[in-house]
Design a protein around this ligand. Structure first.
Ligand code: GAP
Length: 477
């Protein structure tokens, strides 16, 4: 619990509630459709948040596509033909256990209720789950006023979100339905043949994409951790059969290294192999992050075998085989997948870096200790006084840097308050235009972490910041 004093009242918040409040106050994340009372499981990224989110996606694309000769990018559609999800197995197997309140018809995630009382039930079969439920249901903590007698037996609930776009007529009831994709990787399998035919890659090669996915989560919770609409960053690596172990190990290491390069602490990351595998996987391991509510999956690395291409070939009746020139044979490649939610990573970065620091006996400050290259703004520029000549000079600096760095201009409130505002959103450098600037063309540069200031020539701002950013980034590699 985090306790605050507001208007002489004490307010207690869980760490998650504290982050939710902070994220809204600083323009990182807003609840969706808030003026209509909100919409569970959907969030909007604000002016500052969208910059951090974009940095996450930019870094992912750079490392997974742009820095590589063997992985291609893709941006496939969100609304998909219903047969896709039959072939993938999601219409049958993409389910979560729920129990229904017989009086109110409210639905609860039965596995979450068990986890809350310390019963591990991730990756167990349905039969094992029912047995665990029956053993522990009397000690489960239901919402206030609800008892075990009020709820029925666990059943499985499908997570795919349906829509109807009007262009697809399919299904035995002749109902027009389509699905919002439940995972972005299906778009990759659907385009595997197109990429293969147009780019002529040789095995092993990968296809990667970032995009929205939708899941009818029974109880979306823990802020950005479990949403109904979220963004995935997924890469599918197509390999020769028999190479799974090698590439599974390779991508595990690569992905862990990447997360550390964004500034996540090694101590807060660990691998967790799955003891029970989902329907499509031959092997699966989570990279978990230590959130305030425990160690939870941040990213998954999966050996999907040849399940997906085999299924889509059978259902579409198309040839999805790869022609191997070496052996003069056709084969179905196996797939290693890496999959991470951009929002889960965003949340991990906020939680780890949200820091309340004591500055003096009387004063504390909030500082978001993000890695400098991940910060929404790398620089802020202020005129010391709200007078035209200082403002004009500061805006000239803003314009000279904005094509190279993410920079923000601020002339509201005292200089101390402006520094604190930037500390809260993680801006590593604040540049101030003062009287000396007007005479000598020098500015002060103040560092977020040391709070120390240095005077440098205006002509050196760009090179100074660049050097500092490179040095900070090197420490993370
Ligand atoms: N294609 C494989 C796949 O989708 P997953 O474990 O269901 O596997 C992969 O999801 C990643 O997507 C997770 O590790 C997590 O980061 C993110 N994710 C999954 N469900 C999510 C949700 N409801 N809200 C936010 N992120 C989610």
């Amino acid at each position: 619990m985090v306790t605050y004093k507001k208007n002489s009242k004490r307010i207690s918040l869980t760490p998650t509630e504290d982050i939710v409040t902070f994220a809204k106050r600083k323009g990182f994340v807003y609840p969706s459709s808030e003026i209509y009372g909100g919409f569970a499981g959907v969030y909007d990224y604000g002016p500052v948040g969208m910059l951090l989110l974009n940095n996450i996606k930019k870094e992912w694309l750079q490392s997974m596509v742009q820095d590589r000769t063997d992985i291609y990018g893709l941006d496939s559609g969100i609304v998909t033909h219903p047969r896709v999800w039959e072939a993938s197995g999601h219409t049958k197997g993409f389910t979560d256990p729920l129990v229904i309140n017989n009086k109110t018809h409210e639905r609860y995630r039965a596995d979450h209720l068990l986890e809350e009382i310390g019963v591990a039930c991730e990756n167990v079969s349905f039969e094992e789950f029912v047995s665990l439920w029956n053993t522990h249901k009397h000690t489960v903590r239901f919402p206030q006023g609800v008892s075990v007698q009020d709820v029925g037996d666990p059943t499985y609930f499908n997570l795919l979100a349906k829509t109807n776009l009007g262009s697809v007529t399919y299904d035995t009831q002749k109902e027009e339905i389509a699905y919002l994709r439940g995972e972005t990787c299906q778009g990759i399998y659907l385009n595997y043949k197109n990429v293969y035919d147009t780019m002529h890659p040789k095995l092993p090669f990968g296809i990667a994409q970032i995009g929205k996915a939708f899941r009818n989560e029974i109880s979306p919770r823990q802020f950005l951790f479990r949403c109904r609409e979220f963004e995935q960053m997924e890469m599918q690596y197509f390999i020769y059969p028999g190479q799974s172990k090698k590439y599974f190990g390779y991508f595990k290491k690569l992905r862990m290294k990447w997360l550390i390069s964004l500034g996540l602490s090694k101590k807060k990351l660990r691998f967790l192999p799955h003891s029970k595998l989902v329907f499509y996987a031959q092997a699966a391991e989570d990279i978990q992050f230590q959130y305030s509510f425990g160690w939870k999956e941040l990213e998954g690395v999966h050996d999907r075998g040849n399940y997906d291409l085999t299924q889509h070939a059978a259902f579409s009746k198309q040839k999805l085989a790869y022609f191997d020139e070496k052996s003069n044979t056709h084969l179905i490649p196996h797939i290693i997948e890496t999959s991470i939610g951009a929002g889960r990573l965003f949340y991990a970065l906020l939680e780890q870096n949200y820091t309340v620091q004591k500055v003096s006996k009387e004063e504390t400050r909030i500082v978001l200790t993000l890695a400098y290259h991940m910060a929404p703004y790398q620089m802020a520029v202020f005129p010391l006084f709200k007078k035209t000549k200082f403002q004009k000079y500061a805006k000239k600096i803003f314009t000279s840097q904005s094509n190279k760095y993410s920079i923000v201009y601020d002339d509201t409130g005292s200089i101390g308050k402006r520094y604190r505002r930037q500390d809260e959103i993680g801006t590593p450098y604040c540049i101030t235009v003062d009287e000396i600037t007007l005479k000598k063309n020098t500015v002060t540069v103040r560092n977020r972490d040391t709070m120390k200031q240095k005077r440098i020539p205006v002509s050196k701002i760009s090179t100074y910041i660049e050097k500092e950013l490179i040095a900070a980034r090197k420490k993370l590699s």
